[in-house]
Design a protein around this ligand. Structure first.
Ligand code: ADP
Ligand code: 5GP
Length: 210
């Protein structure tokens, strides 16, 4: 059983471009949250720094970490490997720090299935519409229209995983979305009442997938 001195784990997943990295950064700035920094074989985007956004490593180094069983979870996403090393996460949780994960559905499933002795809350972030998602992806990966198009194709598959999360939140206005997530985390921690309309979410998912 988790004790009240332990930290909690909060996972944010989403189809690429829906805004989970932005939300994770916002949550970590305003709260007692440590971001779990993943390892990846992907190349850094402009302004991304190793040790802050990711640990950018070679295929060879990633395979070494797999072999040494250092990962709590890892997965192949968009032709690159991404993984969370176990030690920093468990150390932070034992120190009472909350840990935020920006990982995909495969990683979320792996962590869920480990049934660790720490409270886990999972969020799936959705865009308000496919048009807005494409706009956000195109603005972020401006130089490479192909990346935005490839990730839009992946959207159709990724969105199907919403059902496995505790909460689904729509990232239309950033501050509203942040408040919603924060209120749900507080309600989970304090066993308070939750402002969550699952019927509304189900309808929204239908509108995105029809
Ligand atoms: P993800 O981590 O889910 O792939 P990002 O956090 O990188 O997505 O967001 C994708 C792009 O959309 C970024 O350029 C980000 O600044 C922008 N963005 C995120 N949330 C919002 C929002 N609520 N309104 C407008 N733009 C947003
Ligand atoms: P990006 O390349 O846009 O930063 O991330 C691509 C996808 O990989 C996102 O869905 C992101 O959440 C996921 N991701 C990032 N780090 C990890 C990780 O450590 N493990 C897993 N399973 N997915 C990750």
């Amino acid at each position: 059983m988790p004790t009240s001195n332990d930290g909690i784990m909060v996972i944010l997943s989403s189809p690429s471009g829906a805004g989970k990295t932005t939300l994770v950064n916002l949550l970590s700035k305003k709260n007692n949250f440590e971001i779990s920094i993943s390892h990846t074989t992907r190349k850094p985007r402009p302004k991304e720094l190793s040790g802050k956004d990711y640990y950018f490593v070679s295929d060879q180094e990633f395979k070494r970490l797999i072999k040494n069983e250092e990962f709590l979870e890892y997965a192949k996403v968009f032709n690159n490997y991404y993984g969370t090393t176990r030690t920093p996460v468990i150390n932070n949780l034992n120190k009472g720090k909350n840990v935020l994960f920006d990982i995909d559905w495969q990683g979320a499933d792996q962590i869920k299935n480990k049934n660790l002795d720490f409270k886990l809350i999972t969020f799936f972030i959705l865009p308000p519409s496919k048009e807005i998602l494409y706009e956000r992806l195109s603005n972020r990966d401006m130089k490479d229209k192909l990346i935005a198009e490839e990730r839009m194709k992946q959207f159709e598959r990724d969105v199907l995983h919403w059902i496995n999360y505790n909460y689904v939140v729509i990232n239309d206005d950033l501050d509203t979305c942040y408040d919603k997530i924060q209120n749900l985390i507080n309600a989970e921690i304090n066993n308070g009442s939750k402002d969550y309309d699952s019927e509304y979410i189900r309808n929204h998912v239908e509108s995105l997938t029809s």
